[in-house]
Design a binder for this molecule. Structure first.
Ligand code: PLP
Length: 220
């Protein structure tokens, strides 16, 4: 199947309230254009320089999401146009996003990334670290970022029950933070979870944003 067929098939499976981020990392701009021409406008990349290089070559109404580990010295490349940064995993990064966003007079939407998988290699906060950030005076003074929810990646395993419980845990974290810090903030509502191999489970567990790459664009 080609990119547009894959996209149409996946879109038909996703409920109306769930946003699809088409993950185009490593793929050429021609492939992104094919998906765009099939009617899709939300794309995700995981490397700042790659996104910085592709963005000017593509239609300006694309909504770009940043989904990968972000080094502080690369933040400036994406801040002028990025729609949502899914991968805030430390205070230092949030501080730099706020600083660069202030320079271009933007408020940039962000998600806190949580470590929910059993693998050691995946980045992310635990609940205590998130509470520490959100309780700090420094965070409360940041005017150029807005935290809209949480993101996480499940363990790469065929054991569905493991994946399901990790997603359920992420939803639980989101609800705890909502109650403690965002009670009156309707914008704190997003749960970014689910990739090509596990998005159906993620949606059953309450995902509001799925990030799907290889099932749309083919293997990398
Ligand atoms: C690559 C990537 C995806 C998409 O993975 P697929 O398995 O190709 O769907 C989703 N989220 C993140 C953070 C990624 O790096």
């Amino acid at each position: 199947m080609n990119i547009s067929d894959n996209l149409i098939k996946i879109k038909a499976e996703i409920p109306a309230g769930v946003k699809l981020v088409a993950v185009s990392k490593t793929k050429p701009v021609e492939d992104i254009l094919e998906a765009y021409n099939a009617g899709h406008k939300i794309f995700g990349e995981n490397k700042a320089q790659e996104l910085h290089a592709k963005q000017p070559q593509l239609p300006q109404d694309i909504e770009w999401h940043f989904i990968g580990h972000l080094q502080t010295n690369k933040v400036k490349f994406i801040i002028p146009f990025v729609s949502l940064i899914h991968s805030i995993d430390r205070m230092k990064l949030l501080r730099e996003v706020n600083k660069q966003a202030e320079k271009v007079n933007r408020v940039v939407d962000c998600l806190l990334q949580f470590h929910i998988a059993s693998e050691e290699t995946k980045f992310g906060l635990n609940i205590n670290e998130a509470v520490e950030i959100l309780s700090s005076e420094e965070y409360k003074k940041m005017e150029n970022i807005r935290i809209c929810g949480v993101m996480g990646m499940a363990t790469n395993t065929t054991d569905e029950s493991v994946v399901r419980s990790e997603f359920s845990n992420l939803k639980n974290i989101k609800e705890q933070l909502k109650e403690k810090f965002f009670g009156n903030s309707d914008y704190f509502c997003e749960i970014s979870m689910g990739m090509s191999g596990d998005y159906k489970i993620a949606i059953e567990e309450g995902s509001t944003i799925v990030r799907i790459g290889s099932a749309i664009f083919g293997a990398r």
